[in-house]
Design a binder for this molecule. Structure first.
Ligand SMILES: Cc1ncc(COP(=O)(O)O)c(C=O)c1O
Length: 731
């Protein structure tokens, strides 16, 4: 009998190598293929405990008695397996969408287990902004284990591809990197690594995101590991590491060194981690929302902030194409190491500590603390600012956290400690980025002008058709056909005519206002040239410019395309271009989208103005602010790339918003244009709005989609491309 067969007979629960493997976890949901959402998965566990204990019991035992000399027990020795640890491993595998999870004594122990798969001569490709401990272990292996380590900028897939070869055994990634918060494109690098060597293992350290926000195994990684000391446990009261894989044989290869060396997590620590994991969602939700507020606060006071939740982060779209959130670690520069040191020392609520993921907020100077094991020269080569402050945001009240930071900064400058005092920002951070400002403003004009040229002919024709339909009853299609004919027969008449020039002025100036505000803001905040800022000032200014010109434009359109101001014959059919109208002629003066009291039009009720203003501000907000905000949350199944997501959002937001704004449009028109002399009851008014709602929504979409969909995308894409070119000249 072979040794392995003998072993199997003696210990039927173990495999040929003596491993006592837990079975793979089944999805917990009882509803067939549908799994529970992660918030439920985190807390829901089942066990076969004899007393139905709600909390998994701690099996604080090194050995387990067997039923006979032949064994027979599920567990025999805790180094090989322990019920508390198994329970945790199954639970984590479920949460990490993995076939198998293994828990060990620390995050570094997890990496140590993984690197035991390497052989002398193997090559490892990894980042240049790594956690210091990872760097230290790899350096040790390079010095003592015959491993060749390539540190490259993994945030640039081309740099990774340059060093990939058939000798590449492992590609080790961290995203966001720590502390520079740079984003790594996991799917692209995983594909390139497997192309270079199908046997290469792509490994992701997911400590910064946790399984709540990112599943690297779903993005092409072979192994994911995390320091359980951080978000998974959440209270900095336990050291732990987790490894997860989807390949059963890889899982066994990883289990071997754990069993052999005894680095598996102890029963009590397994219990602590199990308890911590249950609250991951509530902790992380609070930590993330606090981090977002704090990042915005620091950025609005002129600091250079690195946080993937900020639109100014250069890889914002990439991060959100992979992750479900921004995490709770951010870093910022003050411009002066001694200022940074004193801010760290002055903060009271922020504990000075390495690590992150705890319910308490932490502050640190990475170059002096967590990354001090990387020598100063290497730090300089990797462009790691010595003044960088890292904030690991906890669950405290965010106003208290901001207040504490504000006081810490103000105290340095011996200013008033009032929370309302303006923050004294070191002069370097107040620097404006005026480089190539003239060229950038030129890009703003060219992008807006091009978008206008491409879209305004269509908008002019549709606008005319909407007004002629409302005022004279001319069918929309008829106006559109005759207008396009006249464009072809006499283009100069159309393009130099008042209607086109007015429309061109409205839309081009709206795009241009938004562009210029972005350029001015990026100059003042020293951000990349192409940054788009979805903020209130931009929204208000763009809306004001658009509406200001629109009011004038609509008054002129009413005059140009409207019905004769003399009341026509009631109910009698009017004739326009030989076609019978489809609605009775109006008994009121011409229809207009932005009625004006000028040019003989009746006095416009204030409520109509208010409704038109609301209608327009909703559309502008949906065109210039919302797309940037929602694009990253569009699922991959709907739009695969960040570019497609941005375009989809740019088209659909203004179009869909018409369903909300059209009732205002109709009511405004009704109160102004369609009010019969004797007045109209609210019931009839509601019925008329209901009758016109659907066709009006679509007619307005026909105008808005070219205006802000096509025009918006052309303007934004062209501006981003040209700004990127200018930035390339800078580099
Ligand atoms: C990104 C990252 N990976 C791994 C580790 C190592 O984890 P542990 O301290 O649990 O060994 C850390 C620790 O700070 C970390 O920040």
């Amino acid at each position: 009998m072979s040794a392995s067969n003998m072993l199997k007979k003696t210990f039927p629960q173990v495999d040929a190598e003596g491993h006592n493997l837990p079975p793979s976890p089944a999805p917990s949901s009882p509803h067939g293929a549908r799994r529970y959402n992660i918030a439920t998965e985190l807390v829901f566990t089942e066990s076969n405990d004899q007393y139905n204990a709600s909390s998994v019991p701690i099996y604080q035992s090194a050995t387990f008695k067997q039923s006979s000399h032949e064994g027979g027990g599920e567990y025999d020795y805790t180094r090989s397996g322990n019920p508390t640890r198994t329970h945790l491993e199954r639970h984590l595998a479920k949460i990490m969408s993995a076939q198998r999870a293994l828990v060990v004594s620390s995050g570094m122990a997890a990496l140590d287990v993984i690197t035991r798969l390497l052989r002398p001569g193997d090559e490892v490709v990894t980042g240049d902004d790594l956690y210091g401990g990872t760097n230290r272990l790899l350096k040790y292996l390079a010095t003592n284990g015959g491993i060749i380590v390539h540190h490259v900028d993994t945030t640039n897939p081309d740099k990774v591809k340059e060093v990939l070869s058939e000798k590449t055994a492992m590609v080790l990634l961290e995203t966001p990197t720590n502390p520079l918060i740079k984003i790594v494109d996991i799917p692209t690098i995983a594909t390139a690594s497997h192309e270079a060597n199908p046997g290469a293992l792509v490994i992701v350290d997911n400590t910064m995101m946790s399984p709540l926000l990112l599943n690297p195994l779903d993005l092409g990684a072979d192994i994911v590991y995390e320091s359980g000391t951080k978000y998974l446990s959440g209270h900095h009261d336990v050291m732990a590491g987790v490894i997860a894989v989807n390949d059963a044989s890889l899982g066994e290869r990883l289990f071997f060194p754990i069993n052999a060396s005894g680095c598996g997590l102890s029963p009590f620590d397994s219990w602590l981690l199990m308890r911590g994991v249950k609250t991951l969602k509530v902790r992380m939700d609070q930590q993330q929302s606090n981090a977002q507020r704090i990042a915005e606060f620091l950025e609005s006071h002129g600091f250079k902030v690195r946080y993937p939740g900020l639109r100014s982060h250069p890889q914002y779209n990439l991060h959100h194409s992979m992750s479900r959130g921004s995490g709770a670690v951010l870093s910022f520069e003050t411009g002066d190491v001694s200022v940074s040191e004193r801010i760290v020392a002055n903060a009271k609520l922020w504990a000075i500590s390495v690590s992150f993921g705890c319910v308490n907020s932490l502050i640190s100077l990475p170059c002096r603390m967590s990354h001090a094991s990387i020598d100063a020269k290497t730090r300089a080569e990797r462009a790691m600012p010595e003044d960088l402050i890292r904030l690991c945001v906890g669950i405290e009240d965010v106003d208290d956290l901001i207040d504490d930071l504000q006081r810490a900064i103000a105290a340095i400058m011996s200013r008033s400690l009032s929370p309302d005092a303006a923050l004294p920002i070191p002069s370097r951070d107040r620097k404006w980025n005026t480089s190539r400002l003239g060229a950038r403003l030129g890009v703003d004009v060219v992008s807006a002008a091009t978008a206008g040229v491409l879209t305004c002919p269509v908008i002019t024709v549709i606008d005319r058709a909407i007004i002629e339909k409302a005022s004279k009853g001319v069918p929309i299609r008829q106006t559109i056909t005759s207008s396009f004919r006249s464009i072809l027969s006499k283009p100069s008449g159309f393009f130099l005519g008042t209607p086109f020039l007015l429309i061109y002025a409205v839309y081009t100036s709206t795009y241009l206002t938004a562009n210029t505000i972005d350029t001015v803001t990026s100059t003042l905040k020293d951000k990349p040239f192409s940054t788009v800022f979805p903020d209130t000032a931009k929204f208000l200014t763009t809306t004001a410019v658009n509406m200001g010109i629109c009011v004038y434009k609509d008054a002129r359109f009413a005059r140009l395309f409207g019905a004769n101001p003399q009341p026509p014959q009631p109910q009698g059919p009017s004739s326009t271009n030989g076609s019978p109208p489809t609605i009775p002629p109006r008994t009121t003066p011409p229809a207009s989208c932005h009625p004006s009291g000028a040019m003989g039009a009746p006095k416009v009720p204030k409520i109509s103005y208010t409704l038109f203003c609301l209608r327009d501000s909703i559309t502008i907000f949906a065109s210039f602010n919302i797309p940037a905000l929602i694009a990253p949350s569009i699922p991959d199944a709907v739009a695969a790339t960040p570019g497609m997501k941005a375009a989809l959002a740019q088209f659909s937001c203004p179009a869909l918003m018409q369903f909300a704004s059209t009732p205002m449009h109709l009511l405004g028109l009704d109160l102004y244009n369609r009010q019969p002399p004797g007045g109209l009851g609210w019931r009839e008014r509601a019925l008329r709005i209901r009758r016109d709602y659907v066709p009006s929504c679509f007619a307005r979409m026909g105008k808005i989609v070219p205006a802000y969909g096509v025009g918006g995308v052309v303007n934004i894409r062209m501006r981003a491309g040209l700004m990127g070119y200018l930035e390339g000249l800078e580099a």
